[in-house]
Structure formats: structure tokens, C-alpha cells
Write a protein that binds this ligand. Sequence first.
Ligand code: FAD
Length: 349
Amino acid sequence: MTCTYGSYRNPVSHSFIEAAQGLGIPYNEDYNGARADDVGWLQFSIRMGQRCSTAKAYLHPVMGRPNLTVITGTPCERVTFEGKRATGIVIGGEGGQRVLTTNREVIPSAGPIISPKILELSGVGSPELLKKHGIEVRHALPGVGENLINHLHTRFNFRINKKVTVNNLLANKLRGAAAMLKYLVTRQGLMAIPSVTAHAMTKSHDAAPYADLKLQIAMYTAKDRYLDSSDGLPTDPFSGIGLGQFHIYPQSRGHVHIKSADPADYTEMKANYFSAEGDAEAALAGMRKLREIAHHPAIAAHIVDETEPASTSIAMPICSRHFLQCHTAGSRPVRDDPLRPTMLSHCFS
Ligand SMILES: Cc1cc2nc3c(=O)[nH]c(=O)nc-3n(C[C@H](O)[C@H](O)[C@H](O)COP(=O)(O)OP(=O)(O)OC[C@H]3O[C@@H](n4cnc5c(N)ncnc54)[C@H](O)[C@@H]3O)c2cc1C
């Protein structure tokens, strides 16, 4: 896996780093190094100017191995069993239903939302739930699909006075074409990096034992976090930045479970955001810190006004649908403790 700094750095992102330093957050050149805390430029999974996906990094170099077959576009529906021993999987898709068998291991790795679904469809999970859907219980494991953790993202949007954002590339076709050409020829520029450019890992309050907030700057703004383009431009028509935050260790726990025995059916997911004591306070602390950063002279010099939520209340963006982003981190039991969730790393972007 290649992990590199972005090839493009703009003055507004730099002013975010300067403002955070002004608030007492030290600069960290390499947060994947000795310490992960503090403020610095983000590192990305980019190789030679292109996204270095896990497939590109780990799979493509070994595609020629005789013991490796990659089948794409083929959903796994369930695991097959002989008694309590997993013997293979049932796959669906356009080729129709097929059974693939193994004499070694079956590793469900379909992510925190779908892995529990595959287990439950296979008869591994809460006996009560499985019986409700008419699924034979192979192994009673009530932790499956429980302990769903989501890193909730909340943010402020600002109009700025520099044309260095993704908004500018989408709002002006000529500018967009020039950026695309630059990227194709040199693999440089705004199109060579993700929209989030710098971050700060810091404590929500002085007594916190370690940094529990991730503050970040994104080089785009949009009314909808998911860049819905059905209603014209996906981003705002002006230069905009988003200042957002995640609480890294939320205590709220949700669940994700099957709704029926049909593999094509969606799962039912409940995140239970802010249900645990302290989660809302941490998010509010993060939003307060973002406002302090926005008011620091270094970045304030670039900011024209706050466009979303444009309110004096910091509780509002936390309640608004448009300002929430899912960042699922776990939903399964682990071997030694059926109720401990699997946590996945968020150390680099
Ligand atoms: C919006 C967002 C932003 C994030 N940003 C960061 C970040 O900046 N840094 C960071 O470190 N992490 C980030 N994460 C978290 C990171 O993406 C996950 O932790 C990581 O991808 C989990 O890896 P995984 O292999 O468990 O699951 P996934 O990456 O979800 O892989 C699961 C795979 O299983 C496939 N699949 C699903 N169902 C089936 C089926 N029935 N049969 C066969 N295959 C199936 C899916 O197509 C997918 O390819 C982010 C997550 C989100 C949602």
C-alpha cells in the first residue's frame, strides 16, 4: 500500500493548519509516524497520482497465482456448513446461484454492514432473530450485527475568497477542463488529491486521556454531503470550504440486522447516535473548536461568510440531516468477546 502526501497544497488549507497551531495544537509532520495527534497535512493512499486501492496494492500484483480466483459482480449470499464447520459459500448474481466449497477457511469480509447479514443468513446470530425469519440456527452468537459504531461527521460550510476549491472546477467548465488536463498530463493539482486536505487530532476537553476529536478541512461545499447532482450542480456555485469534525471514540452503539431471509433484501440499521452520555458533548466541543479555528486571523482572512448552517447555534449542524456523514467502524463480535466490536483503523485518509 502506498501512502503519500498530496502533490497539491493550497494557501487556505495551510491557513487551517496555522489557525489550529494558533489555538495551541502543535504541528505534526507525520501522523502515521511516532505520534498520531496534532495538526498536519493529510496522507493519502495515492500511487503515481492515482488512487492506490487495496485491490491495486494487494491483489493485482498476485493475480497470476494458481491458488487465486477473483470473481466480481457476484454477491455471496451465505456460508454453507457441515455441522458447525464452514464448508463454503453460496454465491448469486447473473450466473445464477452456485456453491463454492473449501477445505480450509471461509472469511466473511463484506464490510460492517453486509458481513453480519451474511452471517445471519447463514444461521449465525441471535437465535430469536434467526427463528423470526425462518432461518435454521447453526451457531447462536447474539453479538452478530450488534455494537454498530459510526463516526458521525458534523461540519460548517464557509464561502471563501480564493478560487482553490472543487466548487470552482465544477461551476466553471473552462477551469474544470484546465484542471482535468493538468491532472492528465502531470498528475498534479486539485484533481490529484481528495477534497479533504489537512486535519487535527485533538482532545475534546483538557482531562481527556488522549486525542478524541478529528477536525478537518474539505475543499468543497454542498447542500447535501452526498453530492447529489440531480438538482443541478452537486457543489455550491461559489468557492467554499467545509470545516468538519468526528468524535473518534463514540460510546453510542447501534445495530444492523437482516429484515428477512431474502439475500436481496436490505438490512435494517439503527445507529442510535448520541444515545450514550458524552457523545453529544464531544461533538459540540468539536464544533466549538472548529468555530475557534474559523475565527483565527490566519483562516478568517480567506472566509467571506458562513453559508451553512449560518446560525449562531452550534447545536444546529449536529441536528441537521445534511451535515451528518456515516463512517461505519464496526458491527461484529470478535473471537474472545462476542460483544466487543471490531474497530477498523481511521489513521490515514
Ligand atoms: C464516507 C466514508 C469515509 C471514510 N474515510 C476513511 C478515511 O479517510 N480513512 C480511513 O482509514 N477509513 C475511512 N473510512 C473507513 C474505511 O472505508 C473502512 O474502515 C474500510 O473500507 C473497511 O474495510 P472492509 O474491507 O472491512 O470493508 P469494505 O471496504 O466495505 O469492503 C467490503 C467489500 O465487500 C463487498 N461486498 C458487500 N457485500 C457483498 C456480498 N454479499 N458478496 C460479496 N462481496 C460483497 C463490497 O462491495 C466491498 O467491496 C471511511 C468510510 C466511509 C463510509
